[in-house]
Design a protein around this ligand. Structure first.
Ligand code: PLP
Length: 437
C-alpha cells in the first residue's frame, strides 16, 4: 500500500537536495505535482532525476526548466514519429482551431471525411471504414465491441505480454498479471495464447471466436518480434474459422517499423486495425478503428450502438490528414527501415561491449529494445542514460527492456550521437553493477 506521507516526504527530500539554485516557481510546480497529481509517480520521477518541468519541445529535442536539452529517443512511447510540433501538422491544426475547434455533432465535419479517405488510401486491402476515437485504449474497446457485434460470438484471443490499454476491456486483453490482478474479475471469454506461436493459436480458434487481437510487433511487452510468417499463419487460421483478425498498430503504425503499417511486411490485411499515438502527428490525441465494409455492416444498421462525443473532431482529423501526408511525402517508413538497420547494428555492438548487463538487442525499423540482465539494472541504466540528456524509458510489461523509439525524421547525424551517449551511460552502469556485485 502506498504511504502517501512517506512518498511526499521522499519526493520533497529529493527536491530539496537539488533545489538550492532553483527558483521558487520551479519548486512550487513540483510540489503541486506531488500534492495534486500523484506522489508515487513523483517519487519515480525524482529517482530518475526527472522531477523537472517540460518547458518546450521542437523537432527531436525536449527542453526542461533545469536548462537541460534532451535528445528524444523515447518518442513519447511511439507518439512522436514526426518529432515535436511538426510545423506542417501544427499549421493544419491551427487552421481548424480558428475555423471550428470541435464538432457541433449534427453536421458533417469535412476534416473527418478527409482523414478517413486518406487512411483508406494508405492502409492495405479493403479497410475503408473508420471510427475515430481519442486514444489507443478507446480504439481497442471499440474494436472488441464491433467484433462481437459482427460475429455474434463471445471469445476473444490475445497474446501473452500484449499491451492494448488499461480500460477494462483492453486490460482484459493485456498480458501482464501485475496490471490485471487488482481489477479482476475482468471480461469473461478472453483467452491468452503465447505470442509468435501459430500452432498454439490454432488450438484455440474455433466457431466461438469473434476475433484474434494482436500487435504485429509487441511494444510494451518488451519489443518482441514474432517469427517470419507468423502473421500470415494467423491470417489463415482466423479466415478458416470466420474469426476476425484485429491488428493493434497503435505503436507499430505510421511508419515505425519500416512500413507505413507493420502488417504490410507479410502482405497481411486484417479485418480491423486499431490506431492511435502517432496518428495525430504528435500534435493531437486521436485514435481510429478501421475495418472492412463487411465488418461495418452491423454497425451501419445500428449506427448509434457505439459513439464518442469528441471522437472525429476537426482539429484531431486535420492532424491525421496532415500526418499521413508527411508520412507518405517524406517517405518516413522507408527512412525508418534504412536508418533502423544501421542503428540496430550499432546497438548490437554495444551489447557485445557490455554483455554482463545487456543481454539482447532486437527490433524492427525504429522500434528497438535493449534487454538488460534484470529490471534493477535496466533502472540504473535508464538513470545514467537520462543523465546524458537522452530520453528513453522501459516497456510497461517488461521493465527489464529499455525501448528506443526516436522520431522517424530524426537527423541522421544524431544516431551516432545517441550511440556515444548510450556507450558512456552503459560503461557507468556496468562499473556500478561490478562494484555492488
Ligand atoms: N495498444 C498498444 C499497442 C499500445 O502500445 C498502447 C499504449 O502504449 C495502447 C494500445 C493504449 O494506448 P493509450 O495509452 O493511448 O490508451
Amino acid at each position: 500500500m502506498l504511504d502517501f506521507t512517506r512518498e511526499c516526504n521522499f519526493a520533497r527530500g529529493a527536491l530539496q537536495q537539488r533545489s538550492a539554485g532553483e527558483s521558487m516557481e520551479n519548486a512550487e510546480l513540483i510540489t503541486g505535482y506531488i500534492e495534486h497529481i500523484n506522489a508515487g509517480l513523483a517519487r519515480v520521477l525524482a529517482f530518475m532525476g526527472m522531477d523537472a518541468t517540460a518547458v518546450r519541445a521542437e523537432g527531436p529535442y525536449v527542453y526542461d526548466d533545469r536548462g537541460r536539452k534532451f535528445l528524444d529517443f523515447l518518442g513519447g512511447y511511439g507518439v512522436f514519429n514526426f518529432g515535436h510540433a511538426h510545423p506542417r501538422i501544427v499549421a493544419e491544426v491551427k487552421a481548424e482551431l480558428e475555423r471550428m475547434p470541435l464538432s457541433c455533432k449534427l453536421l458533417i465535419d469535412e476534416p473527418a471525411i478527409r482523414a478517413a479517405k486518406h487512411l483508406a488510401k494508405v492502409l492495405p486491402g479493403d479497410i475503408s471504414k473508420f471510427f475515430f476515437t481519442n486514444s489507443g485504449t478507446e480504439s481497442v474497446e471499440g474494436a472488441i465491441k464491433l467484433a462481437r457485434l459482427h460475429a455474434g460470438r463471445p471469445n476473444l484471443i490475445y497474446a501473452h505480454r500484449s499491451f492494448h490499454g488499461k480500460t477494462l476491456g483492453s486490460l482484459s486483453a493485456s498480458g501482464r498479471d501485475q496490471h490485471r490482478e487488482p481489477f479482476e474479475p475482468l471480461l469473461a471469454h478472453f483467452i491468452q495464447v503465447p505470442f509468435g506461436d501459430a500452432a498454439a493459436l490454432k488450438l484455440v480458434v474455433d466457431e466461438n471466436t469473434s476475433a484474434v487481437l494482436l500487435e504485429p510487433v509487441q511494444g510494451e511487452g518488451g519489443i518482441n518480434v514474432p517469427p517470419d510468417g507468423y502473421l500470415r499463419e494467423v491470417r489463415e487460421i482466423t479466415s478458416a474459422h470466420d474469426a476476425l483478425l484485429i491488428l493493434d498498430e497503435v505503436q507499430t503504425g505510421m511508419g515505425r517499423t519500416g512500413y507505413n503499417f507493420a502488417c504490410e511486411r507479410e502482405g497481411v490485411v486484417p479485418d480491423m486495425i486499431v490506431l492511435a499515438k502517432a496518428l495525430g502527428g504528435g500534435v493531437m490525441p486521436v485514435g481510429a478503428i478501421g475495418g472492412t465494409p463487411e465488418v461495418w455492416a452491423q454497425f451501419e444498421e445500428k449506427p448509434l450502438i457505439h459513439s464518442s462525443t469528441f471522437g472525429g473532431g476537426p482539429m484531431a482529423c486535420a492532424a491525421v490528414d496532415a500526418a499521413l501526408t508527411v508520412l507518405v511525402e517524406d517517405k518516413l517508413a522507408e527512412r525508418a527501415g534504412r536508418i533502423g538497420e544501421t542503428f540496430l547494428a550499432d546497438l548490437k555492438k554495444l551489447r557485445e561491449k557490455y554483455p554482463q548487463i545487456v543481454t539482447d538487442v532486437r527490433g524492427r525499423g525504429l522500434m528497438i529494445g535493449l534487454q538488460f540482465a534484470s529490471s534493477d539494472i535496466a533502472e540504473l541504466a535508464i538513470g545514467a542514460i537520462l543523465a546524458k540528456e537522452l530520453l528513453v524509458a522501459f516497456t510497461l510489461n517488461a521493465p527489464e527492456v529499455v525501448r528506443l523509439e526516436p522520431p522517424l525524421n530524426m537527423p541522421e547525424e544524431l544516431f551516432p550521437e545517441a550511440i556515444s551517449r548510450l556507450d558512456a551511460a552503459l560503461a557507468e552502469t556496468a562499473a556500478l553493477v561490478e562494484q555492488y556485485a
